[in-house]
Write a protein that binds this ligand. Structure first.
Ligand code: NDP
Length: 291
């Protein structure tokens, strides 16, 4: 062994990772470890298959081993909250956590689903005082709606099949933020209000392998001055985004949202601003995306 190096030997990386079930399909490890290596961060990210009945033991294990933090994916985003000391503002409103951060002796829950989206959106348009049409009312839509409201959106119209899920998001926004939220049913071809500045797909329509699936909307209602965003990370260029780009709209893809979530998570755990392009490339290779 070479002991002449001036660099102190440290075989103990800081640990981060993800608890999920199923876990094998989660590509986050590829982009996070690429960033750790690129920036010489002495951290590792480990994907762990955790059955719901073992979540308490898994969290206690991470605490016992002094992990820097971890992601929680489905089905643990809500159930993990009872093991945490505090929640960030948006995570508290959303009622779900996907990033856990150790701060001293405390474990703080954050939700980066909406934050990753907001960061991508702000590179194109500031949602402050804007009118937004949001398709979907599931976990991603709820997180995005809360972040947009906290960022000062004027109105958010939730368009969703299930009225019950949409009403829950509308109520959450109207009772806790200054944004005015509305529900619009989605039982026929939907024409987007011409006053909308930002249109977002937060449904699972278009996700691989159903890449040809289309939103049931009147695409002629998309106007060139609208910004159109899609949460679908794979494929990044969905039918919606391709159609919107052809109509002259500026577009934002879901891969960027996913990469931003990694950037934000690493900032929480390492206090380092990492290069998103390195993570973007690693994620595309991991998902075999060639576009
Ligand atoms: P949920 O299962 O919680 O919600 C799914 C949403 O899609 C619901 O609003 C549902 O409507 C709607 N939906 C599904 N199929 C249809 C359909 N055929 N017609 C109309 N509406 C439909 O999922 P999530 O919110 O967690 O995730 C949604 C998408 O966002 C996923 O594809 C996921 O990959 C993506 N995502 C991307 C992230 C990123 O970083 N890029 C992060 C998180 C999610 P209803 O309520 O009526 O059933």
């Amino acid at each position: 062994m070479n002991t002449n190096s001036t660099t102190p030997i440290d075989f103990l990386p800081q640990l981060t990772g993800c608890f999920a079930q199923p876990a094998a399909e989660n590509p986050t490890v590829a982009m996070v470890e690429a960033a750790y290596q690129h920036h010489g961060l002495h951290f590792r990210y480990i994907t762990c298959e955790v059955d719901p009945k073992n979540l308490s033991a898994a969290v206690n294990g991470a605490k016992a081993m002094g992990w820097a933090g971890f992601n929680c994916s489905l089905p643990h985003k809500v159930s993990v909250i009872k093991y945490l000391d505090e929640l960030g503002k948006s995570a508290e409103l959303i009622g779900a956590v996907n990033t856990i951060v150790r701060q001293g002796n405390k474990w703080i829950g954050e939700n980066t689903d909406g934050k990753g989206f907001l960061q991508a959106l702000k590179e194109v348009i500031d949602p402050m005082a804007k009118h937004i049409t949001l398709f979907g009312a599931g976990g991603a839509a709820r997180a995005i709606a809360v972040e947009l409201a906290l960022a000062g959106a004027s109105t958010i119209t939730i368009v969703n099949r299930s009225e019950e899920r949409a009403d829950a998001v509308v109520k959450l926004l109207n009772e806790n933020t200054s944004t005015k939220a509305f529900y619009q049913p989605w039982n026929k071809k939907y024409a987007v209000d011409p006053k909308s500045n930002i249109i977002i797909n937060a449904t699972s329509i278009g996700l691989f392998p159903n890449v040809d699936a289309q939103l049931n909307i009147d695409f002629n209602s998309l106007l060139p001055d609208m910004v159109v965003a899609d949460c679908i990370p794979n494929p990044p260029q969905t039918h919606l985004l391709k159609t919107a780009a052809n109509k002259g709209c500026r577009t934002i893809d879901g891969l960027k949202m996913l990469v931003n979530q990694g950037v934000i998570g690493i900032k929480y755990w390492t206090n380092t601003d990492v290069d998103a392009t390195v993570m973007h490339g690693a994620l595309k290779r991991a998902l075999n995306i060639n576009e």
